[in-house]
Design a protein around this ligand. Structure first.
Ligand code: SAM
Ligand code: DTB
Ligand code: SF4
Length: 348
């Protein structure tokens, strides 16, 4: 059966109806769409690094890096090219195919963009796909980053338009849409998603996905973050989301944006392995891999290797221009010698 055409005209009611399907029905539909467009056993693996941490002037209520909240995150300067390259090399050796660099800026100065452009070229030269998230970008800044070899720009819309004002007051929804437009115009791929578990309603989760799916082009990469609650931020203590509702959100994202990579993003450390397995079934096919996200924790590398083995998943490989492919995460996991599929190296 040919894959259905991509749609950009989803109504809120249609999306609400998907959320309201019986859980098994929704997962069955989402998995069917997933198979039409993707290898159901392949997961793209990215490593995240905070290249400029903390001290951010914005007031995003979820974020430990805002200078307005006492979260214990220390403000640091932009890392040097050499230190970022060393971390990117280590990520590649551990099996990552994409390297994402985050900076706690509202919007970078032109001088910052020049420095990040140098970093991007150096990371790209290692044969990794590159992604950056630096805040709002002008058209010219986006073009500079594209010329440096940046493949993806991450800029999230975070939540539904009608809930946004309860989370962020220092920049508008439209500012975010404008940056996404500048990124597309420069010819980069967009990585754009949001956060769930911030106290929004199901209708507002539908609104987040509706906005993403009705963008002029579906983002190539759609990170669905579960709020990581950090003490000191205004959202610390908000009622946690039912894990099955998180799985539903992944499933609906997969149905609305069939060809995009849907990333099971922040929040995996707090998530049960079985819930993650349901997310992969529902259509998630990308994760952050490595001990840290930006400032908060992520599952241990060994744990993820074991999870891939237990679920027979393999890391999506990036084919480099020279024709070589990077190491597969499971090759390293083949060190598993106890025979239990747990990835450990205990004797059998
Ligand atoms: N400062 C830039 C910006 O906001 O555009 C880039 C970095 S910012 C940390 C990138 C994204 O991380 C945010 O848009 C948000 O979606 C996500 N994020 C930040 N803190 C989070 C948290 N505590 N839990 C889940 N996602 C979070
Ligand atoms: C995205 O959507 N999630 C990542 C990445 N893009 C930059 C960030 C998650 C941050 C979680 C909180 C932290 O570690 O500071
Ligand atoms: Fe700053 Fe980005 Fe955190 Fe908002 S999400 S406070 S812009 S680092």
């Amino acid at each position: 059966m040919p894959a259905a055409a991509l749609r950009h005209d989803w109504s809120r009611d249609e999306i609400a109806a998907l959320f309201a399907l019986p859980f098994n029905e929704l997962l069955h539909r989402a998995h069917g769409v997933h198979r039409e467009h993707h290898d159901p056993n392949a997961v793209q693996v990215s490593t995240l690094l905070s290249i400029k941490t903390g001290g951010c002037p914005e007031d995003c209520a979820y974020c430990p890096q805002s200078a307005r909240y006492n979260t214990g995150v220390k403000a640091e300067k932009l890392m040097s090219v050499e230190s970022v390259v060393a971390r990117a090399q280590a990520a590649k050796s551990a099996g990552a195919s994409r390297f994402c660099m985050g900076a706690a800026w509202r919007s970078p100065k032109d001088r910052d963009v020049e420095q990040v452009a140098e970093i991007v070229s150096a990371v790209k030269a290692l044969g990794l796909e590159t992604c950056a998230t630096l805040g709002m970008l002008s058209d010219t800044q986006a073009q500079t980053l594209k010329q440096a070899g940046l493949d993806y720009y991450n800029h999230n819309i975070d939540t539904a338009p009608e809930f946004y004002g309860e989370i962020i007051h220092t920049r508008d929804y439209q500012d975010r849409l404008d940056t996404l437009e500048n990124v597309r115009h420069a010819g980069m791929k967009t990585c754009c998603g949001g956060i769930v578990g911030m106290g929004e309603t199901r209708g507002q989760r539908a609104g987040l996905l509706q906005t993403l799916a009705n963008l002029p082009e579906h983002p190539e990469s759609v990170p669905i973050n579960q709020l990581v609650q950090v003490e000191g931020t205004p959202l610390h203590g908000v009622e946690a989301l039912d894990p099955f509702e998180f799985v539903r959100t992944i499933a609906v994202a997969r149905i609305l944006m069939p060809a995009s990579m849907v990333r099971l993003s922040a929040g995996r450390q707090q998530m049960d392995d079985a819930v993650q397995a349901l997310c992969f079934f529902a259509g998630a096919n990308s994760i952050f891999y490595g001990e840290k996200l930006l400032t908060t924790g992520n599952p241990d590398v060994e744990h993820d290797r074991a999870l891939f083995r237990r679920l027979d998943l393999h890391a999506l490989e990036v084919v480099e221009e020279a024709g070589t492919v990077h190491a597969d995460i499971l090759e390293t996991a083949a060190a598993d010698s106890c025979g239990q599929g747990c990835g450990c190296s205990a004797a059998a």
